[in-house]
Design a binder for this molecule. Structure first.
Ligand SMILES: *Cc1c(COP(=O)(O)O)cnc(C)c1O
Length: 218
């Protein structure tokens, strides 16, 4: 618990520091603690330390975990790749879904609060819509009554994260033509959240820097 509190505090200090460098108000930045692969007890420990936003990436793991933690006042973020046939079930427990990347997810997610995930690599396996498909997907999502909050991205391996996040920021300006209120940016993980804050991130998804190493890799 002490180590967990220390790591949480270190990240919170890092967020404040990067926000100060960016001349931003740190209270406009939400830190989502990614608890995938960790037991429900870790979520309870984090909640006792004041964390309210949690991220999960696999439906088969998240559904029972969220159910088990139904007594906690928490906001659940689904950040993993989404199967179309599971999307409706995910929307039942996830407050926000960060990984909408294709039209077939729109109908099952009607009414949900979402981010559109953009793929910054050439590898379609990575998930995310290609940058030139963002506006069409946004228009379709709005028509399907999704509440589009903004863009989500993962910095590509081996790329300079700050440059990747700058690209997301400029794509977000383009998105604003289709969806003027979709200004949020879900980007920044354990290793690159400071760069993400410097490029305007509003939602950080931070796992290991706070939780320590994940027990099993699935
Ligand atoms: C696991 C995961 C994270 C957190 O990664 P860390 O490096 O542990 O901070 C963030 N975003 C997504 C989409 C993830 O799957």
């Amino acid at each position: 618990m002490t180590e967990l509190a220390d790591r949480l505090e270190a990240v919170q200090a890092g967020v404040r520091d990067a926000a100060a460098r960016a001349d931003r108000d740190p209270t406009t930045i939400t830190t989502i603690v990614v608890t995938k692969f960790h037991p429900a007890q870790l979520v309870r420990d984090l909640h006792a330390l004041g964390v309210r936003d949690f991220g999960e990436s696999r439906h088969q793991e998240a559904a029972p975990k969220v159910a088990e933690l139904g007594d906690l006042a928490a906001t659940w973020h689904f950040i993993g790749q989404l199967q179309s046939k599971k999307a409706k079930q995910v929307a039942e427990y996830a407050d926000l879904i960060h990984s909408v990347d294709r039209q077939s997810l729109v109908a099952p997610l009607a009414g949900a609060r979402v981010f559109l995930q953009v793929n910054l690599t050439d590898d379609p396996e990575r998930g995310g819509v290609a940058p030139d498909g963002i506006e069409a997907l946004a228009a379709y999502a709005l028509e399907g009554s999704l509440d589009v909050l903004g863009l989500m991205a993962v910095a590509p391996l081996g790329a300079e994260p700050r440059a990747a996040f700058a690209t997301v920021r400029s794509l977000s300006e383009r998105l604003a033509r289709t969806a003027p209120s979709a200004t949020a940016l879900s980007m920044g993980m354990s290793g690159d959240y400071a760069d993400a804050i410097l490029e305007g991130a509003t939602h950080l998804r931070i796992g290991t820097a706070i939780t320590g190493n994940r027990p099993v890799q699935g």
